[in-house]
Design a protein around this ligand. Structure first.
Ligand code: IPD
Ligand code: CA
Length: 265
């Protein structure tokens, strides 16, 4: 596989699909919104965006398969797997908050080798792929921040729409972060939270009950931009394991220890 041309073709498709989503939003009606079993929202635009991406990406890479949020959410057994969120930030989309994106990663034999997070309204394309050093925002190299200590960090997080069983622990951690960092942001799109860590706008991100399509591309871009990504306790299963901590790398150990220390109170 020529990953460079696959990445270029995928970027073109994702940008075009982003334009489609942006145009659809103009005529979009609130009556179009539905609740999924897990109580999160979905619209016909999520579904249409997914259909375009799935058809286009399979054409770009014959023999590949997809894992995608809306209509392809069972993981197929295929060595070449696209992991797709057709709109990350659907709740923002519904409420006309302008931050939502498309997230696409390519996994080969269990390893991510390509990722794009495309923020639709500002046309910001965060991208990285194997065989090219670093990560890029609209073609310009990006780097994680250099914040040396948690107290100098701006963190991003998300509030899960289900899985409230560990809410107590989560609130304990948030309370402690509020008092020991420069602040916290809840953008409403995990893929973009990660892209913002990759380019240094935020210094770290954590959330639980995430899905692979929320994080696969963003996590890869963070790593390629020089950051670190693990589970809350430092483990490797952050794409399919549902729990993610991403930082600039410098504060990673401090953050893991801080979360462990404060989760109980
Ligand atoms: C959601 C967003 C949100 C995060 C949720 C995700 P969706 O994805 O990434 O920021 O807090 O956990 O489910 O539903 O907008 O694709
Ligand atoms: Ca989504």
């Amino acid at each position: 596989m020529d990953i460079k041309s696959v990445a270029a073709a995928a970027e073109t498709l994702i940008r075009e699909t982003g334009e489609f989503v942006k145009n659809e939003r103009k005529s979009w009606q609130i009556a179009d919104v539905k609740r999924k079993i897990d109580t999160s929202l979905v619209t016909a635009v999520d579904v249409a965006s997914e259909q375009r991406l799935v058809a286009g990406l399979k054409k770009i890479l014959p023999g590949s398969d997809v894992l995608a949020e809306e209509q392809h959410n069972t993981r197929p057994d295929n060595e070449l797997l696209w992991i797709i969120d057709p709109i990350d930030g659907t709740t923002n989309f519904v409420h006309n908050l302008p931050l939502f994106c498309i997230s696409v990663a390519l996994m080969s034999k269990g390893k991510i080798i390509f990722g794009i997070v495309y923020e639709i309204n500002n046309s910001e394309c965060f991208r990285a792929h194997e065989g090219e050093e670093g990560a890029f925002l609209n073609g310009k190299r990006i780097y994680v921040s250099e914040a040396p200590k948690l107290k100098e960090c701006l963190l991003a997080t998300g509030f899960p729409s289900n899985g409230f069983d560990i809410l107590e622990e989560y609130i304990n951690i948030m309370r402690a972060f509020m008092q020991n960092t420069q602040g916290m942001r809840r953008l409403g799109t995990a893929a973009l939270d990660l892209a913002y860590v990759a380019c240094g706008r935020c210094d770290g991100f954590f959330e639980y009950r995430l899905k692979p399509w929320d994080v696969a591309a963003g996590a890869y871009i963070v790593i390629k931009a020089g950051g670190a990504v693990t589970t809350f306790s430092g483990g490797d299963d952050y794409i399919f394991g549902g729990e993610m901590l991403a930082t600039n790398g410098v504060v990673h150990k401090e953050t893991i220890e801080f979360m462990e220390k404060h989760k109980g109170k």
